[in-house]
Design a protein. Sequence first.
Length: 355
Amino acid sequence: MKIFGKIMWALSAFAIFAGAAAAQSGGNFAITKSVIAGGGGTSTGGAFEVNATLGQPLAGGPSAGGNFSLTAGFWSADINRTPFDFDGDRKTDVSIFRPSDGSWWYVRSADSTFRVFSFGLATDSLQPGDWTGDGKTDIAIWRPSTGFWFVQRSEDNTFFSFPFGASTDVPVSGDYDGDGKTDAAVFRPSTATWFISNSGGSGTSIVSFGAASDKPLTADFDGDGKTDIAVFRPSDGSWWYLRSSDGTFRVYRFGVGTDKPVPGDWTGDGKADIAVWRPTTGEWFVQRSEDGSFFSFPFGANGDVPAPGDYDGDGKTDAAVYRGGTWFVSRSTAGTLITNFGAPGDRPVPNAFVP
């Protein structure tokens, strides 16, 4: 994007967030992507022509023409934070990892075709995420035996690797600095210490938080676009998280030691909700981030593997379980999905961050 007048900007990916831009005015302009996304704003002055969909983020082609006056909120950053979205259509893709040969299989929700890649070993830890910042999930693993991370770029299927962590660490990758790229991170139980390699250039963060027996979690509980340091404590069913927005922490008791923590944005308010899946009964319990109230519902059976994600792209986490090659997905907007994909012994990729 180029704007000529009193100010000239070059914005290749909408780096200004809605509400974060001060009012601007003046000059001729040419816009190469669609505008007025998210919270909108006010533009006045001159004649202009738009050859694209106006009002949809990152949806369009060129616009050109006259003078303009701009009041905040005209551009919007559009980081795709849908988990396990390999094709970038904002929906979690049905996907599995096959330990027997280290292969990844996923169905593109955009066109229902599937892809297969051989990447990793049976003993590797699955760490899929948007490591390159292109809005698509990249295949990635962490190898405990060496402490190396391996990432296959979604752009061209090339890969890169680097060391970070030790064999006894627990990998907890996430976007801790809010730059739209997944960061390598590990939790060291022996010292209850987090080590985070920030991709945004701020170096390595080292934070003491939790206890040796805690289960580290990756979720954005305060809705600031950054992964928060968080743990689930099986000994008393408590949740502890450090709000990246202000450095304060919160503690809630929700669940029992045998529950599976499944935090996600279950209510669609932009914040992760505390949630658990109870294997013994197949019930899901969700504590709303809005007011601390909770709801529950049955979905799945003992022996299933929980695999929550946003499968219908409505911005809300959906309950899902994997049963030996069959998927059962309770989509919050599109209804229940039952599909066969995978085989007994495969691991559903959306289970990657369920401790």
